[in-house]
Write a protein that binds this ligand. Structure first.
Ligand code: SF4
Length: 213
């Protein structure tokens, strides 16, 4: 078993299944993935509550940019995010707003297409690929970088090299990668925080605690 697989299975045994992404619909998941850029989930939840009457792609497409900005204001950077949501629904319309039309697309080609939308970078594209379109990809985020670096793994700094290495050393199906991302977020919030709480950490036995003082 690779070191990355050991991390995955230890986190899974310790925290149990997380059942992510937290959303009532696939479209709400997509909107949340854009709103969470550069903010925390509490702010996203506030914005999503205000946006509840409009949570379909058709309604977002019909809203004026000012209405959309006002609704998502609690998520921060609301002007940029309103433009991003508008750009995203314009792109999504070409697929009749149906996620199933993208489930069997070629993964790398779809990632490139998503990253061509205004304001969608690699992390958001991978989140959409995984949770909206059911493609088995690993989401590289700041939490994964922090945990893997402290653990002592020799992982490339940059996407896509980081993602490709994880996917090859820890091949999982779509549900597995959904769990892995959710477990990493949970672990970064409960144990491997900025100031880590190593006592009781499920990875402690193997972790090299690189940079931890
Ligand atoms: S032992 Fe400490 S540094 Fe290592 S993963 Fe756990 S919390 Fe993070």
């Amino acid at each position: 078993m690779s070191a990355i697989q050991r991390i995955y299975y230890r986190l899974w045994e310790y925290y149990g299944p997380q059942g992510w992404w937290p959303a009532e619909s696939v479209f709400e998941m997509m909107v949340g993935a854009i709103l969470v850029q550069r903010t925390n989930w509490n702010n996203v939840e506030q914005a999503l509550r205000r946006l509840t009457p409009y949570l379909t792609p058709e309604k977002i497409a019909r809203m004026s940019i000012e209405e959309l900005e006002s609704a998502i204001r609690p998520s921060g950077f609301y002007r940029q995010k309103a433009k991003r949501l508008k750009a995203f629904v314009r792109w999504y319309k070409a697929y009749d707003y149906k996620p199933e039309k993208l489930r069997h697309a070629e993964t790398d080609a779809l990632r490139t297409e998503l990253m061509g939308i205004h304001g969608i970078g690699a992390e958001t594209a991978n989140v959409l690929l995984l949770y909206a379109f059911d493609h088995p990809v690993f989401v590289v985020d700041a939490y994964a970088r922090r945990i893997f670096a402290r653990f002592g793994l020799d992982i490339p700094e940059k996407e896509p090299a980081f993602r490709i290495q994880v996917e090859s050393e820890c091949p999982l199906d779509t549900e597995g990668f959904k769990e892995f991302h959710a477990l990493i977020v949970r672990h970064a919030k409960e144990h491997c925080k900025m100031k880590p709480i190593c006592s009781g950490c499920p990875l402690l036995a193997d972790c090299q605690q690189v940079g931890v003082t």
